[in-house]
Design a protein around this ligand. Sequence first.
Ligand SMILES: [Cu+2]
Length: 381
Amino acid sequence: MDGQEDFTVSRRALLAGAALAGVFGTVLASAPAAAEDAGVTTGPVPDLSALPHEKIDLVAPPFVHAHDQVAKGGPRVVEFTLTIEEKPLVIDEYGTEVQAMTFNGSVPGPMMVVHQDDYVELTLVNPATNMMPHNIDLHSATGAMGGGGLTLVNPGEQVRLRFRATRAGVFVYHCSPGGPMVPWHVVCGMSGAMMVLPRDGLRDGDGRPLPYDRVYYVGEQDFYVPRDTDGNCVSYESAGDGYADMLAVMKTLTPTHNVFNGAAGALTGENALRARVGETVLLLHSVATRDTRLHLTGGHGDYVWATGKFRNRPEVDLETWFIPGGAAGAALYTFRQPGVYGYLNHNLIEAVELGATAHIQVDGEWDDDLMTQVQPPTPIG
Ligand SMILES: [Cu+2]
């Protein structure tokens, strides 16, 4: 692997995915990216025309498209389209710009919601304006590297994948185009999540329903921005131009930024999430690479599926919950007090210095029984 950083990856080489795989294939065992590499041959497409079809328009995080919590009727075919956008993205208040790769233009990509046993029919579009091949590995899917082996598309191509969502939970999806392109595309922004709800909705450990009034989706994203000799972050004209420098930073395993929803401050202040006292909020959270430990300041996790899989009994009354990299979790909380809550990675250095903080602005009546200031700050006496 020595000297890999010395490769200058031109736009042309990135476009020619095969050529690039040739370059790196000699130095790295590549994860298979395409169907032939994954040894996959699928048969005739099953006829599901008798099932109801539903086409969903996705919305950008932190919002989640409208959905039923309890499924009405039997399994459906739920249709989604994700369009890949390679584009510059400002990731902090200093104007640091990265050449991001995104699903639907946002980091993270949009949350997709279905019910267990639904069929997901996903169209992945790679417009000709992009420069690189991409695909999608859905952790909610079974086979062909989560669909990655059947969805590799060059600029100017689209592909349609169908899979059955057999397991209930929140699951990461990410680009996985093979070899060293995998971590690079993911730390350039290419991940998101899908929630597969149990058909009868969320339940506590004793089978009682756990409905929610609001749902938000937060994706935690690590960025590795190269710096110049003065310590300033460097921007590049294209993703390929910055590849070698970024790879060197990636290999330190120390991100320069670790942010919620694409940028430091994307969910704070004016952009805070909102709720009211008495409302139950479902907080969905994904991390594609690194681990996180989430905390709601002044609140709790009433019910938490930290690893996100709803057939497991939720934990209750948590102060902080751990989500391993490569997973998406879910936490349910009913707000009891108004005010501004921090929702953050409780590695406080990452929260405050690297950007992993959101705010939740909660309106409503204060409960003096739960908390009150018995004496305001007063000279000691
Ligand atoms: Cu990609």
